[in-house]
Each structure stands twice: as structure tokens, then as C-alpha cells.
Design a protein around this ligand. Structure first.
Ligand code: BGC
Length: 545
């Protein structure tokens, strides 16, 4: 039996992740206990009661490891320590102990595709020079052209520009993201052994799971073949193929060997330790290969996140995702927003319309079977901040592509009249990105106890999701109901009850009847005859016993 510093909660249900609601904490923007303008582990610890009261089951913490922060911590220099910006290992231990005492599980982010260029391995590789064993841990290569002046192939960085950088000694190294994020060589046994050690390090500290960053990326096609087109040659960026096509640097079959080696490690710990893949694959079928009893437990359904605001679009992605998860025996993993994507209030139309739709989408997602991920601030109905001044933007992709993910990473408003709205300690005015004035009305304090607020809608929905027998089942599908054009309606049954979720995307108010009594609604329902009038872009849950 493995010794754990912070054992998982007693009486742990090993299958907890199958139906859990996981709250994504973007650590630098959640809560700032030390007043330096950047969120930290102590801040999370202080706010755990908020998360327990919200009704989530687990937290996913974005990387808080030692890092130069070129890509907000996704450039790790020491996988076994906490960056001083976020605290210490002692702070981590105190945070996870408190979380477990409150019944909250902790998932940490693992970044195996690349290290930081400040990682001792990469520094040693630079110093050791071409042909050295140190360079074998990364993907160094000689260039093409008479003097090796051209990159080894045509691969592009996801952040724009070539995926290769040349060193003064003439060799090139691969970085699918920023030049400060060199890709590791996962065909090297030392790399594999190192990450198995990192998994055990955090499992021993009591973590309940891992979110695997770029889970589709670790193995590159043998011989590093060209893609055949690039923004330089055809104007089309290779990253446009993400989730739609095959690239020689993503979703290679051998990547699955890595997960088959990790699964027994996770399974050797008590309490149901899990892993969720951030993976992009050409088809839902290829995505499903990442999950199952001998690989990872979950893979985010980005097709759900990408669904457009239409009944057909949602129904199609839900059906496909449920079908795939049934085949592999793993739950579907729904997500509407994260730290890389424009917040869904804004994607769905922004302003009042976007918020209405986002609230309806919450009831849709939380009624589906499987696991749901909530990105911090979505329970407050936060929109994307679109007007951040360019000089404040920190996303490394911004300089290379003009696209920036900073607008979904603005610190959370907690309370008070002035920005940053209680993000830091009393009186602190610092926050690494500024919150807009409109967020005063969206703070946790401003919405708490206010009937109809987005926060109270999430609280109510999460409570019902936990308690209602019809939502308890983790497998199986949904029964679609014919609600008319533009109406999305499905039911789930359990414990002698039926819960029906109806979303009105028809463009006009719709009469809903025959599904029983309302349990929750994203907009006020009006009684009409024996039914209820469901407003445009609204959703509601009904129960029949
Ligand atoms: C993370 C991003 C990060 C990238 C490189 C992504 O999948 O979610 O935030 O920039 O991986 O690590």
C-alpha cells in the first residue's frame, strides 16, 4: 500500500469522477491572499467554503509549479515544486487537506508535452551541444538547406510562426508552442520514467487526479515528415486542422502506450485517482481512444464547447459524444468554457442575449449524464473582456498571431465597489489584469442571495443535480422528446421519477406542457393553461413522479 501524505477523503467512492462537477480554478486569477495582484494557493484555500457551498465536487487547478511564466505556468521548470508566485508546497498541503475535509477533490494540471526552456534538462542540453545524450531528451535536429539554415520541416507553432528555433551552434529545436516551451522526446525512456515519478509525487501528496495538457501531442511521427502546407506556403494555418484533421505532430497511435503505462499507476492508489485528457483528434472516434479502462478516464468534449447556438448543433454533438462514451464505457465530459477559449456568454452573442443563452446552456450541460467542468466565473455569468489594452495582454500567442486568451483570464470579482472587487486582501488595488467596471454588479457578493442571479441559478442547479435520483445515473443516454422546431428537449429517469430538460432555441416563446412541475429555470416561467411559457433562449427542468 502506498504511503500518502494527504490521504484522499475516507469512504471515497472510486467512481466519483463519472458524474462529478469539476470547477476549473485558473490559479492566477481566482483569489490573491498575499496582495501581489496574482492569485495563489492560500487564496484558493480561503475560498474553499465558497466552492463547497456552490456545490461542486472537485477543483482542477491550472499549473502552479516553478515556472518563468512565459505561458502562464504551462512552461514548467520544476514539476515537483510550487512557484513562489503561488506559494509553497506547505501551502499546497494545507490547501488539499482543507479541501478534502470539505469533501472537495483536487485535480492538478500535468504538462508533459514540453518543459520550460529554464528546466535543468533543457539548460543541460543547450550546454552539452549537438550529438550529446542531453539533447536526446528533446527534439533537436539539423536544419535543411546548404548550411542547415532552413528549419528541419514545415511544422508550425500553435502560437503562430515556425515550430523550430535555431541555436547559435546551428542546431534547431522543436517547440509546438512558444520557443520557451521545448518539446520533450517521449521516445526516450528517461522522459517516461521522469513523468511516472512526477505522477507519483503528486499522488503521494493526495491529489485526486490530473488534467493532461496537450495529451495528444507527446509522440511525433517517425522521421518528422512535413505537413505539406503552412501559413507561409498556402496561407492556411496548420492549427486550423485541430479537431478536424491529422497532423504528424498530434494524435499519433503510439501516444496511447504512454497512457496504458500511467493507468496502473493511478489505479495503484486508493480512492479513485483519475486523469482527464485535453486532447484534440480528427474524429470523436479517435478522441474516444484516449479514454477507457486501460487509458485515461475522461477527455473534454470540445465539440460541445464549439456547438453553435442551435438545437440541431447541440443535439448532434450530444448524441455523438454519448454514443462514443457508451462504446468505451467512460463518461462524457462536458465543458462550455476554459482558460483558452472565449467565454461562452460572449460566444453566444455577448451582452444580455449572450448571458441568457449561457444560463440556459448551464441547465443543458448540468442535466446531461457524465461529468461537467465549470470554468471559474461562468457561475457569475462573466463575459469575455474584449477591450483589454494591448500593452497589458500577456498571452505569448498575442505577439505572434494577434489573438489573445487574456480576456477570459481576468481575475474574479468577489465583492466591493472598486476593482479588483475583493480579488486581493482588504484595500489591495492590484490585479495582474484589470476587471471592467461592469463587473461590480457581477461579483459573488452582489449575486449572493439574489433570486434569479446567475450564481443562485448555478447553486440551485448543482443542488438538484446532486439530489435528484433521475440525474444520479452516470451511464446510459438521454431520451429525446419532440418539442418542435428549435426546441431541445430530453428526459432522464431514475428512482421512479423523470426529469425533463427543455431549451428553447426556437426564437419565440414556447408553451411547454406535460413534463410535470418546474424545478429550475434560467428565466422566469409564466403559467399558461396546464403548461408554462418558456421564454426565448431559456431552459428549464421539469419533474414528473
Ligand atoms: C493549455 C494552454 C497552453 C498550452 C501549452 C494548452 O492546452 O490549456 O493554456 O498554452 O496547452 O501548454
Amino acid at each position: 500500500m502506498t504511503e500518502t501524505t494527504n490521504p484522499a477523503p475516507p469512504a471515497a467512492d472510486a467512481d466519483w469522477w463519472r458524474s462529478a462537477v469539476v470547477y476549473q480554478v485558473y490559479v492566477r486569477s481566482f483569489a490573491d491572499a498575499d496582495g501581489d495582484g496574482v492569485g495563489d494557493l492560500r487564496g484558493i484555500r480561503e475560498r474553499l467554503p465558497y466552492l463547497r457551498d456552490l456545490g461542486v465536487d472537485a477543483l482542477w487547478l491550472t499549473p502552479f509549479y516553478t515556472s518563468p511564466q512565459v505561458d502562464a505556468g504551462y512552461d514548467v521548470a520544476d514539476y515537483r515544486d510550487v512557484d513562489p508566485l503561488f506559494g509553497t508546497l506547505t501551502d499546497f498541503d494545507a490547501m488539499i487537506t482543507d479541501a478534502h475535509a470539505l469533501g472537495l477533490r483536487i485535480i492538478v494540471d500535468l504538462v508533459p508535452n514540453h518543459t520550460s526552456s529554464a528546466h535543468p534538462w533543457f539548460q543541460a542540453a543547450l550546454a552539452a551541444g549537438p550529438g550529446s545524450p542531453e539533447r536526446e531528451l528533446y527534439l533537436f535536429a539539423d536544419g535543411k538547406g546548404e548550411h542547415g539554415e532552413l528549419p528541419p520541416n514545415d511544422w508550425e507553432s500553435i502560437f503562430g510562426g515556425p515550430a523550430w528555433t535555431r541555436l547559435p551552434d546551428g542546431q534547431w529545436y522543436l517547440h509546438l508552442f512558444d520557443p520557451a516551451q521545448p518539446d520533450l522526446n517521449w521516445r526516450h525512456p528517461r522522459v517516461r520514467a521522469e513523468f511516472e515519478g512526477v505522477l507519483r509525487f503528486w499522488l503521494d501528496r493526495g491529489v485526486d487526479g490530473f488534467r493532461i495538457d496537450v495529451a495528444h501531442g507527446m509522440i511525433k511521427a517517425e522521421g518528422l515528415p512535413d505537413v505539406g502546407f503552412s501559413s507561409m506556403t498556402t496561407g492556411q494555418r496548420q492549427s486550423e486542422l485541430l479537431g478536424k484533421g491529422r497532423l504528424p505532430y498530434f494524435d499519433q497511435d503510439e501516444v496511447h502506450e504512454i497512457y496504458r503505462a500511467w493507468r496502473p499507476i493511478l489505479d495503484s492508489y486508493p480512492g479513485g485517482r483519475m486523469a482527464v485528457a485535453e486532447a484534440w483528434a480528427e474524429t470523436p472516434q479517435r478522441l474516444a481512444r484516449y479514454i477507457g479502462p486501460d487509458e485515461l478516464h475522461q477527455a473534454f468534449s470540445f465539440d460541445f464547447l464549439d456547438a453553435t447556438w442551435s438545437a440541431d448543433s447541440f443535439r448532434k454533438v450530444i448524441d455523438t459524444a454519448l454514443a462514443e462514451s457508451t462504446i468505451v464505457g467512460a463518461p462524457t465530459t462536458w465543458v462550455l468554457s476554459n482558460h483558452d477559449r472565449q467565454r461562452h456568454v460572449t460566444r453566444y452573442g455577448d451582452g444580455e442575449i449572450g448571458l441568457r443563452r449561457a444560463r440556459a446552456a448551464a441547465l443543458l450541460m448540468l442535466a446531461l449524464p457524465g461529468c461537467a467542468y465549470v470554468y471559474q466565473g461562468e457561475e457569475l455569468g462573466l463575459p469575455e473582456v474584449l477591450d483589454l489594452p494591448d500593452e497589458l495582454r500577456q498571452d505569448p500567442a498575442f505577439l505572434r498571431t494577434g489573438e489573445s486568451r487574456d480576456g477570459c483570464r481576468v481575475p474574479i470579482p468577489w465583492s466591493g465597489e472598486l476593482a479588483p472587487y475583493g480579488f486581493g486582501p482588504e484595500g489591495s488595488e492590484l490585479s495582474w489584469l484589470p476587471a471592467p467596471a461592469t463587473w461590480r454588479a457581477l461579483s459573488v457578493a452582489a449575486q449572493t442571495g439574489v433570486a434569479g442571479s446567475t450564481l443562485e441559478l448555478y447553486r440551485a442547479a448543482l443542488r438538484i443535480r446532486h439530489e435528484h435520483p433521475a440525474l444520479a445515473g452516470t451511464t446510459g443516454g438521454v431520451t429525446w422528446l419532440e418539442g418542435g422546431p428549435g426546441m431541445l428537449a430530453f428526459s432522464r429517469t431514475g428512482g421512479g421519477t423523470t426529469l425533463t430538460c427543455v431549451v428553447n432555441i426556437s426564437g419565440a416563446p414556447a408553451l411547454v406542457e406535460g413534463y410535470g412541475r418546474p424545478l429550475a429555470a434560467s428565466e422566469d416561467l409564466t403559467e399558461q393553461g396546464s403548461g408554462h411559457l418558456l421564454a426565448v433562449d431559456a431552459a428549464a427542468w421539469f419533474e414528473r413522479r
